[in-house]
Design a protein around this ligand. Structure first.
Ligand SMILES: [Zn+2]
Length: 245
């Protein structure tokens, strides 16, 4: 139209329901932008004064919507655990891990495939089930809380459980130690889920708890450079962290 710019989109395939909100946001974002004819096209990142893309600006923009989560996410990267474990946990809190629920939601999983839990076979509604509400996960958390002598109350999701270390304001050692256990637990649940998925191995609950204790023992000793025996670790983990810096 004369003096007026109209955006017309042609998509290669029909949009899925979850993509429609994003499309609306895109239209709102560009609706008042009118390309200049005969000018050379360039890329410009609007979140940076120089128009240059930085991952930091993208991260902060994405996190802005979820201020309370941002603080927890930053903490997550500061915990001493292997980077693959931090990266996995980051994806877990953002609900970006490739569980059957997420794959089905993105149309990757065949609609005829079951999206039941590998362990308890209940219908999966959200990935948090594997890490929190499935009986395998709940029992593991309960055992680990008991092992650390902590009261437990599972929240609605993994972030709630991660935040529980805030209760321990009086003890930095306990807080830091428990953070490492949280990572070990979610990582172990994920590996166990993968074994169930790819090797059809169902976890034995006592075995899974032992695996978490062994994994955490190596993790804490190696990453914090502390000396203690495995027996000390399983009988009183907190005393093993007394000399932690
Ligand atoms: Zn389950």
């Amino acid at each position: 139209m004369e003096g007026c710019w109209n955006w017309r989109f042609h998509w290669r395939r029909p949009l899925r329901a979850w993509e429609e909100d994003s499309t609306q946001q895109l239209i709102e974002a560009i609706n008042h932008r009118h390309p200049i004819q005969d000018a050379k096209d360039t890329w410009s990142w609007s979140l940076d004064v120089k128009g240059k893309y930085t991952t930091r600006s993208a991260y902060e923009q994405l996190a802005k919507k979820e201020e309370t989560r941002l603080l927890e996410y930053r903490k997550l990267w500061r915990v001493k655990v292997p980077s693959k474990v931090s990266a996995f946990s980051w994806q877990l809190l953002l609900n970006r891990i490739p569980t059957k629920v997420n794959l089905a939601m993105h149309g990757i999983l065949d609609g005829n495939q079951s999206i039941n839990c590998y362990w308890c076979e209940s219908s999966l509604k959200h990935s948090d089930h594997l890490f929190e509400s499935c009986k395998i996960a709940t029992n593991l958390w309960r055992k680990c809380f008991n092992w650390w002598g902590l009261q437990y109350a599972l929240g609605n999701n993994c972030l709630d459980v991660f935040q529980q270390h805030r209760w321990h304001k009086g003890s930095k050692t306990l807080r830091k130690g428990w953070e490492m256990i949280w990572f070990t637990i979610v990582w172990s649940l994920w590996l166990s889920r993968n074994e169930a998925s790819f090797q059809k191995k169902k976890p034995k609950e006592d075995k899974l708890f032992e695996i978490v204790q062994i994994r955490a023992f190596h993790l804490v000793r190696n990453l914090l450079n502390l000396e203690f025996s495995f027996m000390e670790w399983i009988s009183n983990p907190l005393s093993c962290l007394t000399n932690m810096k």
